[in-house]
Design a protein around this ligand. Sequence first.
Ligand SMILES: O=C[C@H](O)COP(=O)(O)O
Length: 315
Amino acid sequence: MSDRRNPGIDLDTSFFADIRINTPAVERRAATLPVRRSLKKDWQAAWLLNAVRCIDLTTLAGDDTPDRVARLCAKARQPIASDLLAAMGVEGLTTGAVCVYPTMVAAAKTALGNSGIPVASVATGFPAGLMPLDLRLAEIRYAIDQGADEIDIVITRAHVLRADWGALYDELRAMRAACGSARMKAILATGDLKSLENVARASHVAMQAGSDWIKTSTGKEGINATLPVSLVMCRAIRDYCARTGHRVGFKPAGGLRTAKDAISWQVLMREELGRDWLSPDLFRIGASSLLGDIERQISHHVTGRYAAGHRQAIA
Ligand SMILES: O=C[C@H](O)COP(=O)(O)O
C-alpha cells in the first residue's frame, strides 16, 4: 500500500457554494450502473476477486467479542477457500482491512499478526458522534495506542444541517491531527444529511480537512450506501482532485450484501474515477455480510455449481 495521504487545504467554500444537483439525472445515471455491463464470466470472477481485496471486513455489533474478532481476522487472511483460489491461479489474497470497535483493536492486531492486513477502528463516538470533541479525539488516540492503522471517524451531522462549514472543517482537522500517521476515513452518514447537495458539500469539507477516504455510512442509519449518493461523492472526489491534485479514496458502507453490489460499485469507480480507484489504496467496501455471496459466486464460477451452505463464509 502506498503512503499517499491527502494533506487537505484551507477551508474553501467556493468549491461548493453554488452547487446544484439534478436529482433525477443522478438517479437515472446511477440506475444504469448495475445493468450497464454484461460482464463475461471470467471478467466477473476477476472483479469479484478485486472486490475481496478492497473489503474492509467489518464487525460492529454490541455483542462483539475477541473470539468473534479472531474468527473475522482468520477470514480476512483467507477470505476465499484455498482450493477455489488455486483453481483460479490466485495466491495471497486477503481483504483490504478488518474494521472493528476500538476495544477490539488489540484482539484484531494479535489475530492478524504479521499478515500486513491493516486494522481500521471506528472512533469519535461511532455511530452518532454526539459526544464532546475532546472525548472523541481521546477515542482516536486510544484506538491508535491499541494499534489501529486506520481510523473511521463520524462527522457531527448538525454541522451539515446548519451549514456550519467552519465547525465541520475544524472538527475534522482536529480529528486528522489526532490520527497522526493513521489514515483517516470520514463517515458522512449520508442517510442523515437530507439532500444530495449536503452530501456534496460535506464531501468537499471532509476532503479539504485532509480525509484520506470519504465513506458513505456507518451501517446504522436508516438509509446506508446507495448508488446515487455514491455517484455524488465520486464526482466531488473527481472535482477535488482536479482542483488540488490530491487523490482521495471512497468507501461505500452499509447494506452491501451481494456480489452484484460489489460489481456495481466497481463499475461506478471505474467509470467515474478511473482504474486507479479500483485498488485498496483508493477504494474500500465496508461490509459485514458481503463475502459469503462473493464466495458463493466464485465457487459457482470454478465448479459450475453452488457450494453447500456450511462451506460459505461466516462474514
Ligand atoms: O462500516 C461498515 C458498516 O458498518 C457495515 O455495514 P453492514 O453491516 O451493513 O455491512
